[in-house]
Ligand binder design. Structure first.
Ligand code: AMP
Ligand code: ZN
Length: 469
């Protein structure tokens, strides 16, 4: 029996054994999803892969998981202090498309990259704009319970009404209040946040809805409280997101749910730590960021990036470098080839001792780097080939590297290229160098390169066409 499953919970700041709230039922897992005003960068995908690994570890332990992810397509303002404009409307101006068009464009692009990284589809993928009535009902309850107030630009949550507001982030609310430099406007406290914002007077927003308080749009935090509650209930097992969500977004999701039903929404609060580039957070708002496409353009398999993320524990930041990605690509290639060499070994059960050690690693707050080291130990060790293969394929249920499906790429040489090569070989034999050169040119134009060898010749694809690998 492997050790009991334990996770680090940021709410209690402790490692706790995971005990499902609904034994025999699904484990409820909510993860904050993409804000679709731009492409997602590889940092965002580090967090989504952390959630995917968490889900796979739960499944390894025999749980079925109800995994809900939202798509933020309205309400996420450029500033966490409820000022600035809606990121969607800003994206609309940047691209010349409507807010609805960019939501669709970037959601589709996000889903393509999820597949490229072998991230399992969430059970429910829910758009904020499809859940406006739920958000309005949620705000109405918060208001009824006395936690909301109105200003000229919206409805706000009164954080001073909650004595443990900010517990998740261990916020120093008094210090924030005393040291506040931001212009409060009509907000009563620095930590108060918008539940509903009114459309600016005399302006028509692309995305706006009627509400009991006036035409406008929901705040960003309310969408997650409302959709999580709708699909998973008032108190479910695990809520995830990136580390940046701890002080504001998740703090406010908890405040809203406490105000409405008195729970802290989820039993475990788990966070993926940042991907850095040049030791700074990779951020869309910083303008420059790397997409999965950029890795592919440089000839990398997206799963090499997944491998790289598996080498670092989710609770530590990871600095991205091309050298690190190179090493990951080489390691993945070796692992794939090592397993491929065992393809004819036959069927067997995984090695029980290895499976137990693997379970101990992943159950220890997702210690995937250690589990990866164990995979190498298994591959290099002296288990019978069939057992070795079965063991690694079992591990890959958690790694998600698609090891079973991989095959070395064999270049099939087209008949016409083969004929040109034969003709060139003959020309060389008869010392017809001009003709040999001409044929080399023709072969190159077809995208191939001929290597002359003592015992004949070889053909390989030209480097330029390798980039689409
Ligand atoms: P967003 O599209 O900005 O709403 O972010 C989507 C997810 O990516 C959220 O869970 C963020 O916390 C997370 N995230 C944002 N930047 C990074 C980063 N540099 N590294 C890891 N996760 C990130
Ligand atoms: Zn959220």
């Amino acid at each position: 029996m492997p050790k009991a499953l334990t996770f680090y919970d940021n709410y209690t700041r402790s490692l706790r054994p995971f005990v499902p709230l609904n034994p025999g039922g699904d484990v409820g897992l909510y993860a904050c999803g993409p804000t679709v005003y731009d492409y997602q960068h590889i940092g965002n995908f580090r967090t989504f892969m952390f959630v995917d690994t968490l889900r796979r570890v739960l499944e390894w332990n025999g749980y079925s998981v109800r995994h809900v992810m939202n798509v933020t397509d309205v309400g996420h303002l450029t500033s966490d202090a409820d000022t600035g404009e809606d990121k969607m409307e800003k994206g609309s101006r940047r691209t010349g498309k409507t807010a609805w068009e960019i939501a669709r464009l970037y959601t589709d692009a996000f889903l393509v990259d999820m597949k490229r990284l072998d991230i399992e589809n969430p059970t429910v993928l829910s758009r904020a704009t499809d859940h406006i009535p739920e958000q309005i009902a949620f705000i109405a309850d918060i208001e009824k319970n006395g936690y909301a107030y109105r200003t000229s630009d919206g409805v706000y949550f009164d954080t001073a009404k909650q004595k443990d507001y900010g517990h998740l982030a261990r916020l120093d609310v008094k210090g924030l209040e005393a040291g506040k430099r931001v212009e409060l406007g009509e907000k009563r406290h620095a930590t108060d946040f918008a539940l509903w914002k009114f459309s600016p007077p005399g302006e028509r927003r692309q995305m706006e809805w009627d509400s009991p308080w006036g035409k406008g749009f929901p705040g960003w935090h309310i969408e997650c409280s409302a959709m999580a509650q709708k699909y998973l209930g008032d108190f479910f097992d695990i809520h995830c997101g990136g580390e940046d969500h701890i002080p504001v977004h998740h703090t406010n999701e908890i405040a809203q749910t406490e105000a409405r039903v008195g729970t802290r929404l989820a039993n475990f609060w788990m966070h993926g730590y940042f991907l850095l580039q040049n030791d700074a957070k990779m951020a869309k708002s910083a303008g420059e960021f790397l997409r999965i496409d950029a890795l592919i353009e440089r000839g990398y398999d997206p799963l090499a990036y997944r491998y790289l993320c598996l080498t670092a524990h989710y609770r530590g930041q990871l600095n991205f470098t091309w050298d690190a990605l190179d090493s990951a690509a080489i390691a993945l290639d070796r692992m794939r080839n090592g397993l491929y060499a065992l393809r004819d070994a036959g069927a067997a059960e995984p090695d029980p001792a290895m499976i137990e050690r693997f379970g101990n690693d992943i159950n220890d707050d997702l210690n995937v780097p250690r589990a990866l080291a164990l995979a190498w130990e298994a591959l290099r060790g002296d288990l019978p080939p069939a057992v070795k293969r079965a063991t690694l394929l079992a591990f890959d249920r958690v790694f998600g590297l698609s090891l079973a499906a991989w095959e070395p790429k064999v270049d099939i040489i087209p008949e016409a290229v083969r004929a040109l090569a034969e003709a060139r070989s003959a020309a060389r034999k008869s010392k017809n160098w001009a003709e040999a050169d001409r044929l080399r040119g023709e072969i190159a134009a077809s995208g191939w390169e001929m290597e002359d060898r003592a015992d004949g010749y070889g053909l390989k694809r030209r480097a330029a066409s390798m980039s689409s690998r």
